[in-house]
Design a protein. Structure first.
Length: 197
């Protein structure tokens, strides 16, 4: 049986002090527990400070996003090399807020997935429809498109509105009725087993 995976996306919350305090509490709370893989994804400015707290613990460091280039004139962006250098093992890609509020396309997310995997990062690949798409009964079509166009090789799919994706031997299959819980409760990993998120 696969280990459950739990990742906390801190979004645009915490200060330097509260990020260290929260990370410390998570490390202490997890203790020697080894039945679950845990990662935290603090805001970019606090990755180094949180990495120090997580050192030698069972809690992994993740980032909330990355740009699909290793270096260059990309003001305000963060590369996969930078994330690995600061200690990240995971990166969230395709989050609904970045898709719907910042206009990230499936093609851009696909580039990010490929670059993350090439850079030794584990992608937490997110899919999800808007409220309007859900109300228009377009959920399955939207998720199928996002998965087909965005997902490459091994990532951890995450979905925020009640359904999730399953990957079978490198191809994506969406099973609308087969998943019972929201992404905040469960995800299906690349082997098809379900885990906590």
């Amino acid at each position: 049986m696969r280990k459950p995976f739990v990742a906390g996306n801190w979004k645009m919350h915490t200060t330097a002090a509260s990020a260290v305090e929260l990370a410390s509490a998570i490390v202490k709370g997890l203790g020697a527990e080894d039945r679950v893989t845990v990662a935290v994804c603090p805001p970019f400015p606090y990755l180094s400070r949180v990495a120090e707290v997580l050192r030698d613990s069972r809690v992994a460091l993740g980032a909330q996003n990355m740009y699909p280039e290793n270096e260059g004139a990309f003001t305000g962006e963060v590369s996969p090399i930078m994330l690995v250098d600061v200690g990240c093992r995971y990166v969230i890609l395709g989050h609904s807020e970045r898709r719907h509020k910042l206009g990230e396309s499936d093609a851009l997310i696909n580039q990010k997935v490929r670059k993350a995997l090439a850079g030794r990062l584990r992608g937490i690949f997110c899919v999800g429809e808007t409220l309007e798409e859900r109300e228009a009964n377009k959920t399955e079509a939207v998720l199928d498109r996002q998965i087909r166009r965005g997902l490459v090789e091994r990532a951890v799919p995450g979905y925020y509105s009640g359904r999730t994706a399953r990957l079978v031997r490198g191809t994506s299959h969406f099973r609308a009725g087969s998943v019972r819980a929201r992404c905040s409760d469960r995800v299906a990993d690349a082997s098809g087993s379900e885990s906590s998120y």
